[in-house]
Design a protein around this ligand. Structure first.
Ligand SMILES: NC(=O)c1ccc[n+]([C@@H]2O[C@H](COP(=O)([O-])OP(=O)(O)OC[C@H]3O[C@@H](n4cnc5c(N)ncnc54)[C@H](OP(=O)(O)O)[C@@H]3O)[C@@H](O)[C@H]2O)c1
Length: 238
């Protein structure tokens, strides 16, 4: 069964994505305290894992490419490594570009969501690393299928979607978000063209959120003036 998906992000007041570009905290506001809110709030959701797009996951994994000896893996059945009781760290990586060299990311068990077209040798590398994997159709972009596969294979009930902009936009367009949780950092970016927290790459007249509506469920002001907003994503009224 498909897990509940909560998109959980930090944004500036102008909705931008890159904290390194934000204005500094006001005098007397502790930057370290502000940074801790994201993980503290994440823990409140009771999720069994978190997911990121390929670009973000490459920044986190920092793994190096290598060549695995042997014939490769021709099967396109899911593979489950030794998860233990760890949460999942899921990379949405259609082309198999993320390199791991270990079976975990930030302490959680690594899972790759791939296209069926990835090279057999790449699957052998993931197995050697102990990284689990599932498939998201021939081109790796069937996110609904991928979420069903994660639910069925790992029994997860709730997953956090933690960016970046492109994968958040793709989940919005696919109608797969159950909730949007945003921590508004008391800061502004201000530069035109900098990524916001949702960036679906579509045509000018497309509306990725069409047919959906947001219902406000919670607002909380956290230490230092960060504001936590939660919205349930519903089918738009007729
Ligand atoms: N403020 C925050 O809280 C926060 C959180 C996370 C990340 N970030 C930042 O966000 C930046 C990265 O964001 P990004 O938008 O460039 O990249 P991203 O969302 O991390 O990854 C985008 C990639 O995901 C894959 N993808 C996109 N749509 C897909 C679909 N429909 N199905 C399957 N795969 C799909 C594509 O991989 P391929 O190109 O391989 O096809 C695409 O290039 C980083 O700089 C990171 O530091 C900020």
């Amino acid at each position: 069964m498909r897990p509940r998906i909560i998109c959980h992000m930090v944004a500036s007041v102008d909705g931008k994505l890159h904290p390194s570009r934000f204005t500094v905290p006001a005098a007397g506001v502790d930057a370290g305290r502000l940074r801790k809110h994201y993980d503290e709030v994440s823990a409140k959701f009771g999720a069994q894992g978190w997911m990121c797009g390929r670009v973000t996951m490459q920044e986190i994994s920092k793994g190096k490419a290598r060549t695995v000896k042997g014939p490769g893996i021709s099967s396109r059945e899911p593979f489950v490594g030794d998860r233990g009781d760890r949460d999942l760290a899921v990379a949405i990586d259609p082309h198999g570009k993320v390199r791991y060299g270990k079976d975990h990311l930030l302490g959680d068990h690594a899972v790759a969501v791939l296209s069926e077209g990835v090279p057999d040798a790449y699957l052998a590398e993931l197995r050697e690393d102990g990284v689990s994997y599932v498939f998201a159709g021939p081109d790796g972009r069937d996110l609904a299928k991928a979420m069903d596969a994660l639910g069925d294979t790992f029994g997860v009930e709730t997953l956090l979607l933690e960016g970046g902009a492109a994968i958040n936009g793709a989940f919005l367009k696919a109608g797969l978000l159950d909730e949007i949780s945003v921590l508004i950092h008391p800061a502004v970016d201000g530069l035109a063209g900098v990524q916001t927290i949702f960036e679906y790459a579509g045509e000018a007249d497309e509306r990725p959120g069409a047919g959906q509506a947001l219902r406000h469920v919670h607002t909380e002001t956290l230490d230092g003036g960060m504001v936590w907003l939660r919205y349930q994503v519903e089918k738009a009224p007729a």
